[in-house]
Design a protein. Structure first.
Length: 162
């Protein structure tokens, strides 16, 4: 208890030194995806929009995948969906539009990307932690139920993009 007066200034000093940026595009961090591609988070808005358009165009491409987990337990890495999920908030309106696609594979990946993208900290702090939580992902048989979940979430939180 006698150290409490000293701890508070220390915590304030540490908090002041920590870089907090609610815009994930401003952190300067680089993350390597399972596919081995690097996605830098220090991007201009124009560059992010170009990335979004590129990855949206790749959603229906069934060959735009990679594998991980080794030979014993291979799993598919959906490169475009993962990248759009990493981009986060700026990708969400574009992904919502893809829910109208006639291609069930594209819809499935758009839903998966939405689940990832809506976990962006800039979104969850505005939604009290609520993001698109799908029951079963990466299964076209659940597209209908998952669309309902995603559209209901958008109905409640789509105003964030207004």
């Amino acid at each position: 208890m006698k150290f409490l007066p000293y701890l508070i200034p220390c915590f304030l000093l540490l908090a002041g030194c920590a870089q907090f940026d609610s815009d994930s595009a401003g952190t300067g961090a680089t993350r390597t995806t399972g596919a081995g591609s690097e996605i830098s988070s220090r991007r201009s808005a124009e560059s992010i929009e170009e990335d979004i358009k590129y990855y949206i165009s790749k959603l229906p491409d069934r060959d735009y995948t990679d594998t991980y987990g080794g030979e014993e337990h291979p799993k598919t890495w959906y490169i475009a969906a993962e990248a759009l999920g990493w981009i986060g908030k700026p990708a969400v309106p574009h992904l919502m539009q893809r829910l109208n696609s006639r291609d069930p594979y594209e819809v499935m990946l758009a839903l998966y990307a939405l689940q990832l993208a809506t976990q962006d900290g800039d979104i969850t702090w505005r939604t009290n932690g609520e993001y698109i939580r799908l029951g079963t992902v990466l299964d076209e048989g659940y597209n209908y139920e998952n669309r309902v979940i995603a559209r209901e979430w958008w109905r409640r939180h789509g105003h964030i993009w207004d």
